[in-house]
Design a protein around this ligand. Structure first.
Ligand code: GTP
Ligand code: MG
Length: 340
């Protein structure tokens, strides 16, 4: 997935179709005197429907779609013929798409399953023809109902990446590098902050054809929850991951503090993020010699007494198998929990 075509946020204006008019036709045939009302009903206006499709991974295909309209219902006719229904307009979206009303920002729906459909703008009902309104006192009603107007709204589609593991770390922590060594993804890597501007996904091929998906998101900095840096916008991508992998580089001034700042940013964004399984990887550990590592380990044992941690180096390729084992353990445990 390259940076350019990863579209995860889009606004669309939608109009459902208006219902067709009911007919006020009166039956007039030579052989039938006073034939009475035979006006048919108008057809329903087309809905605007959002449908989940597992073949899409981004909202890129909707990038240039600013307006989606369903067609109007047909009017009713004589001989109680009903107008045709308007054609529904379908907007296909990847799984994990959240649909909001752009004006109120209210979440209308979250699409999570293939084929799942949600009517975001309902087509107007067709009007009833005069055939419905015949009574004992009014044998020839000369009225019928108009069709109901369609709905018009502006919606926002927002993609939450459905990855199993989300990488959380400050800029430059080595997140993208890790993704590039444990998956086939080729994210941009560089020795400056905010190299990653859009999330990258990669699939870790685990033993026996098992696999799981890792999301590399832009770095988080202190104050991200208030909108500093790039972090805030992308935190939603880790809302649905079952496991969070924190990356703190071995050369950080204070590893424990760095971890705590990250946790605090997540808490401020959405406290539920802290219910997820967590694992800490001390990245770039090739920079530590044995002596330093032993010293550091003494500190970390007490600092991280509850959260499991391990040392990795993407450059020296150490600790990676252990990391994959731990991640798989956590992801599969969460999957079993979710199924039960
Ligand atoms: N020594 C050492 N350097 C590493 C290791 N992993 C990454 N780096 C270096 O750290 C720098 C940042 O790496 P990235 O993978 O781009 O970091 P990131 O966390 O994705 O950074 P942002 O995208 O800016 O948030 C690059 O210069 C990498 O070469 C490692 O295991 N050891
Ligand atoms: Mg990066």
């Amino acid at each position: 997935m390259t940076e350019g075509n990863f579209v995860d946020y889009i606004k669309i204006h939608v109009n459902s179709g208006k219902g067709g008019k009911g007919s006020t036709h009166l039956r007039r045939e030579k052989a039938v005197a006073k034939g009475g009302p035979d006006g048919g009903d108008g057809g329903r206006g087309g809905h605007v429907i959002i449908r989940g499709d597992k073949n899409y991974w981004t909202l890129f295909h909707l990038k240039f779609k600013q307006h989606v309209r369903a067609t109007h219902g047909g009017d009713g006719g004589k001989q109680t013929s009903t107008g045709h229904d308007g054609e529904d307009a379908i907007i296909e979206v990847p799984l994990g798409t959240v649909v909001r009303d752009s004006e109120t920002n209210e979440i209308l729906k979250e699409i999570t399953e293939n084929g799942e459909e949600f009517i975001v703008a309902e087509g107007g009902m067709g009007g009833k023809g005069n055939a419905h309104f015949k009574t004992s006192t009014n044998q020839t009603p000369r009225y019928s109902q108009p069709g109901i107007d369609g709905q018009e709204k502006s919606i926002t589609l927002e993609l939450k990446v459905l990855a199993d593991v989300g990488l959380v770390g400050f800029p430059n922590a080595g997140k993208s590098t890790l993704l590039s060594v444990i998956t086939a993804a080729k994210p941009k890597i560089a020795d400056y902050e905010f190299t990653t501007l859009k999330p990258n996904l990669g699939i870790v091929k685990y033993r026996d054809f098992k696999s799981f998906v890792v999301a590399d998101i832009p770095g988080i900095i202190e104050g991200a929850a208030e909108g500093k840096g790039l972090g805030y916008r992308f935190l939603r991508h880790i809302e649905r991951n079952s496991t969070l992998l924190f990356l703190v580089p071995a050369d950080a001034d204070d590893i424990k503090e760095a971890y705590e700042i990250l946790v605090d940013e997540l808490r401020r964004y959405n406290p539920e993020l802290l219910d997820k399984s967590r694992l800490i990887a001390i990245s770039k550990s090739d920079m530590l010699d044995e002596e330093l590592k032993a010293e550091l380990d003494e500190e970390l044992k007490t600092a991280f007494n509850e959260t499991p941690y391990l040392y990795i180096s993407s450059v020296a390729q150490t600790g990676l198998q252990e990391l994959k084992d731990k991640l798989w353990e956590s992801v599969s445990l969460d999957k079993t929990k979710a199924e039960n």
